[in-house]
Write a protein that binds this ligand. Structure first.
Ligand SMILES: Nc1nc2c([nH]c(=O)n2[C@H]2C[C@H](O)[C@@H](COP(=O)(O)OP(=O)(O)OP(=O)(O)O)O2)c(=O)[nH]1
Length: 269
């Protein structure tokens, strides 16, 4: 589900997935990246030969839901929410689109006759793009990152190497070894990097595809001994960070798109 969630957030889903229907979309923020709340996407299309331009803003991008709202366009209102659920080994994706026509009763007829069909086609094309991306990522090696929460703060660690990443912040973790359970990898990496024992408590945010061909997946954890003090064994520094300080840290690029999820973890929202 976290991999499907990542595919849903990828700008390619908006850009390439819809091109087949004559809809061109462009994320106004960063190309080829995972969207975060606040990002805007500009769409250009034609409905019944009339050009339609609209801009939406992402308001949620979590492991179990993604949603966006209209901020400019020819409609008074447009909201789109996608909810994900695990159903056995599969991920069920449910889209809801709500819009208000600007043309009164006549507009509602056009909605039923034309727009509804168009929206269903757009959703089907988008789901196919999400499936293709998610399937291409599903076999990647996993890097676990650990969101250790203690007294309402998150532990971040500062890298000392390689040179381009030195001084930037990340979560404790590393590659899952062949045959190793992800939770076991979380416990092992925290022991190696921080010399403390942690207890995994769940998952955080969507996966993040890394430029090195791996997939970053975040697990939440707590200190097994609440009085233990994590040490920077391999890093320059470890720091307990408050929710309000998260955005100001110079995170690795992959972690930056998870900051809103880490913040939600700390604030319990
Ligand atoms: N541990 C960790 N790795 C991350 C994060 N974000 C991120 O892009 N990465 C990348 C950096 C590395 O390319 C890879 C982690 O693999 P790793 O920890 O086994 O490897 P490393 O580069 O530190 O090298 P090494 O320990 O093998 O010397 O994932 C993060 O928050 N935590």
């Amino acid at each position: 589900m976290a991999t499907v969630g990542a595919a849903l957030r990828h700008t390619r889903t908006a850009e390439v997935g819809l091109a087949a229907l004559g809809v061109s979309g462009r994320a106004a923020t960063r190309p080829a990246a995972l969207l975060v709340p606040g990002d805007e996407i500009v769409f250009h299309t034609k409905i019944a030969r009339l050009p339609v331009d609209l801009t939406t803003r992402v308001v949620r991008a979590d492991a179990d839901a993604m949603s966006s709202v209209l901020i400019s366009g020819p409609l008074p209102e447009l909201r789109h929410e996608t909810v994900l659920a695990e159903v056995g080994p599969r991920t069920l994706l449910t889209d809801s689109v709500h819009w208000t026509t600007p043309f009164g009763p006549l507009g509602r007829l056009v909605d039923v006759a034309v727009v509804r069909r168009f929206v269903l086609d757009v959703l089907a094309t988008r789901i196919a793009a999400v499936r293709e991306l998610a399937e291409s990522w599903a076999t990647r090696p996993i890097v676990v990152g650990t969101a250790i929460v203690h007294k309402g703060r998150l532990l971040a660690q500062q890298r000392s190497y390689p040179a381009p990443d030195a001084g930037r912040w990340e979560l404790p973790g590393g590659r899952v070894e062949p045959g190793e359970d992800e939770s076991a990898a979380v416990v092992r990496e925290c022991q190696e990097e921080l010399a403390v024992e942690v207890r995994p408590t769940g998952r955080v945010g969507t996966d993040v595809p890394l430029s090195n061909g791996m997939l970053l997946r975040i697990h939440a954890a707590e200190l097994a001994d609440p009085t233990a003090t994590p040490k920077a064994v391999e890093h320059s520094e470890v720091r307990w960070v408050e929710a309000d300080e998260l955005a100001a840290l110079d995170w690795l690029d992959a972690d930056r798109v998870l900051v809103h999820s880490l913040r939600n973890l700390l604030t319990g929202t």
